[in-house]
Design a protein around this ligand. Sequence first.
Ligand code: GDG
Length: 464
Amino acid sequence: MSRLIVVSNRVADLTKSVQSGGLAVALADALREHRGIWFGWDGTVVSDAAPIGINLTQQHHVRTATVPLTQRDYDEYYVGFSNNVLWPSFHYRLDLGIIDAKSIDGYRRVNQRFAKALSALLEPDDVIWVHDYHLIPLAAELRALGMRQNIGFFLHIPFPPPDIFLAVPEPEWLARAMFSYDVIGFQTRTDTANFRRYMIEHNGATEIGAHQIAAFGRTTTVRDFPIGIDVDAFHEMAHTPKAVEQIERLNRRSMVSSQIVGVDRLDYSKGLPDRLRAFRLLLELYPENRKAVTLMQISPPTREDVAAYSEIRKELEGLSGAINGEFGDFDWTPVRYIHRAVPRDTLAALFRGSQVGLVTPLRDGMNLVAKEYVAAQDADDPGVLVLSRFAGAAEDLEEAILVNPYDNQEVAQSLQRALTMRQGERRERHKALIARVRQHDVRNWRETFLEALRTAGRENESAV
Ligand code: GDG
C-alpha cells in the first residue's frame, strides 16, 4: 500500500483539543492508516537569518514533518499573497485585496522551499494530497524537481468566476501550476463550473468526459468533493452527560425561551455585521422576541496581522454594544458575543441547546458549522438551520431556511419563521438534512478524493 503524504500550510496540533476540529482528526486517521506523513509550517516565525531545518516528530501516532517560516516568508507568502490577495479575491472581495509584487515572489519562494524540503522525504509510490490556496504551485515545483508521484489538490475555499480570477495577479501562472496536479478538487459544483469556464474560455482547455480537462499538455481530473464532518462523533459529543449539564446550566441562567447560535472565526467572509443588523431588525419588527431571544455569537480571533480583521472586530464590537445598549435590560442581554475559542464539546452542547443555528457567510467554501449544527440536534425536537445561500453547504442542504445574507430584512423574517416553526416541520426538515449531512460526511470526502487520486495521473506519464 502506498504511503499518503498530506501537505497543508499549517500542520494541526493534534494535542490541542480546542483547535483540532473534525477535519484534522479525519486527516490524521487517514495518515495513521497509510503510514503517512503530514508536512507543513509549524506555526513559528524565525528571523530571516536563522537556519531552516525540517523537524520530524510523531504526534498521536501521526508522523509530522514541519518547517518554520522566516519573518519575510510570513509577511510575503502568508500574510501578503495568501491572505491579502488569494483569500479575499477567492471570496469575491476584490475590494479587500492588497496587491504587492513582493508578496507573489514570496509566495513562489516558499512553495519552492516547501517542495525542496518535501522532495527529500518522498518515496516513488507515495500519493501526495495538497491542501488549500497557500500551496497552489507546490505540485509544479515538485514536478520541476523531478517528482512523478500522483499529486492531488483540494481547495477549501470557493473558486471565483473567471472575471474575478482574472483580477488576481498572474492568473495564467496559477492555472498552469494547477495542471501539475493529477486531481483538482473543489467544494461545490459551482466552484468546479467556475474553474472549467475559466480554463475553457481563457486557456483553450477541452473537456474529456465528465470529470477531466485537458490543458497545457496535461489531462487532469477536476471535480467537486464536498467536505463533511464525522456525524456520529459530533452527535455524541452533544449528548454526553457533561453536555446535558452544560445545556441545563445555560437554560437556568439565561432566562430566555430561545437561543440563536452563531459560531464563526472572526472573518469578513462570515457576514457577521450583517448578521447582527438582521438580529436587531428581528427585535424591531417582532418585539415579542425582546427578553425572549438571545443571539449567542462565538467568534474566535483569527489572522490578526491582517488589517481587515481588526476592522471587522471593531465593527462587531460596536454593533453588539449598540444593540445591547438600546434593547438590553437588567435581566436580558440580547447579544452575547464571545471573542475567543471555546472547547469543541462546549460548542456541540451549545448547538444542541440552541433553537436556531444562524450561518450567514457572504461567501464560504463549504461551512462545517452548518453541518455540525444539524448533527448536534435531537431528531424528536430539532432546532432550525438558517443558512446563507452563498455557503457551499447550501448546494446540498436545501431543507435549511436559505437566505440572502446581504438582505437584513429577509434574514430577520427567516429568523422569525425559524423561531415559530412547528415541531412537525422542524422534524421533517431535520430528517432530510441529517440524511444529506451523513451522505457527504468526512469519510466519504476523504475516501472519494483518495480513490480519485490513486487512479488518476496515468494518462500523463509521458507528459511530466
Ligand atoms: C475553511 C473554509 C470550509 C469555530 N470556532 C470554534 C471552533 N470552530 C470550528 C467549527 C468548525 C471549524 O472551526 C470552522 O469550519 P468552517 O467550515 O465553518 O470555516 P473555516 O474555518 O473558514 O474553514 C470553509 C472549511 O475550510 C473546510 O473545508 O468548510 O468554507 O473557509 O469545525 O466548529 N472550534 C472550537 N472552538 C471554537 O471557538 N473548538
